[in-house]
Design a protein around this ligand. Sequence first.
Ligand code: AGP
Length: 609
Amino acid sequence: MCGIVGYVGKRISLPVLIDGLKRLEYRGYDSAGIAYQNGKGLEIRKTSGRIRDLEMLLPDPVPDARAGLGHTRWATHGAPSSANAHPHSAGGVAVVHNGIIENYRELKEALMAEGHRFASETDTEVIPQLIAKYLKEGLSLPEALRKSVGHLRGSYAIGVMSEQHPATLFAVRNGSPLIIGIGKGELLFASDIPAMLPYTNRFILMEDGQLCILNESGITLEQIERREAVPLEGRIMEVDWTASMVEKNEFECYMLKEIHEQPVTVAETLGERIDPAGTFSLKSGPVSSMAEGLRRLQIVACGTSYHAGLVGRYLIESLAHLPVEVEIASEYRYRKPLIEEGTLFISITQSGETADTLAAQREAKRRGARTLTLCNVKGSTAAREADYVLYTKAGPEIGVASTKAFTAQMAVLYLLAVDLGVHRGVLDREEANTLIAHLSGIPALIQAVLGQGSAIESLARTIVNAKDLLYLGRGLNYPIALEGALKLKEISYLHAEGYAAGEMKHGPIALIEKGVPVIVVAPDDDLFEKVLSNIEEAKARGGRVLAVTDAPGVLLSKADAVIEIPSVPPLLSPFLTVIPLQLLAYHVARLRGCDVDQPRNLAKSVTVE
Ligand code: AGP
């Protein structure tokens, strides 16, 4: 995804823009650029490559420009090049854009037929060209902007500045996130909160179809279609995130930092929901009160969040005796899902902006389901559109590979399962408090597993050149096998498959030959003996078995390597079994020289289909 930053205020804008773009680097990009007022008009500097390449193009000394736009581009239309980098300009107007203009070809042809000359292959460039066309017809810039976006089909977050309005920024949101930052004597907008945290923790999340004007007189927010001013009261959100939360600090990369944050972030997520006496209140309000009337849950998500949903199914069906379906959002949204009376739709999404998950949530709502979202970003689209929200408290997750959000999602799902169990009369308070007491001990146990980093790094060296790897698990740890495989493939680019261990004999076991690494999640639970048999099957075919277990004694004679985790009640084992798999993926990726935080082809939040 592209990254957008805009600044107007008391500071010299270029350092703010560059700093903001660096805080958005995790989104992945191939070029970068900025636009600023130099007192005589608009200056644009842009290049393919990294932000440091852009910095080489900046004037020295830095001009005293107090307003500007910045952009990191993730190429969709047109190869990475200086010409295709943003900002794009025409008629004294500069534009940065995140999203896709689906009808740009017809717009470009019409504009070219009117004599407009284009300098790039991008879809974005039709925006400044349209604005320039309407400015030429005598419209004001806001009016020209309104009219221009009226022609656009697709998803877009747009930042605009012009020579005629040197100390004013304009922004439009439709389908791609755009957030306004409210500082003291300075205003910003950006694609994501981390870019603005050094300047403020007060934000307004723009909604689709809104235009925002920022200048020294403040913020004007408008619903474009209805031409209605949007009152700011009640829309300003304070987040308890700080700039240091989005720094790497002593860690080499965000992913490693976020893996190590998990004892804290799980504790934070449990925090206010468990009182010191160990009793708990999910604070889910309406969800608890609807528990008795529920007949079914539909959990829908993508990627790692989908894996959390699979764990949630085991927890909720076991503790609340409530049927749960779990489905990938991109499938759910198109299959005409059936919503019966008593169905609660639950989306799980770290970013709250994943296009497929939002579409699935909207489809469920349209079909009459009540909707709950488990989300990590306050005020995100999923949180705003769902009927109910349960926030994870993992803090900003920057690394593309999701780690701390995953364990926080499982913590909320565990609390939800207990809460539903109590309200449906399946669990009494004493049973519930015992389950919660065990959960409260998880952060310390995660910390213990994190202490195995060097042993796991040594194991990573033994699989770094593998061509194919298998991850196996059963029951609650089948989703952990899927998650471990996803972590490895998305950051090290090795081909890894997660399978239900019991499924091996139905085909995948044909993949095992001498030396194939088979990572087996083998907690000492009621399926342990079955998993031991699967280990024997893998060994008999030459597989090299790495086992994650709290029963090392038995496994030491069977597996080639053992990663030991502390013993926990079976329902809590995923919190611990996933940690070594996160670390294993991290170390393999580092050993392979991969960009752990910004793996190729991937974005942190997939806001387009
Ligand atoms: C996980 O490591 C990936 N980055 C990806 O699968 C991610 O979980 C998925 O895109 C869902 O994102 P969300 O939780 O923000 O909706």
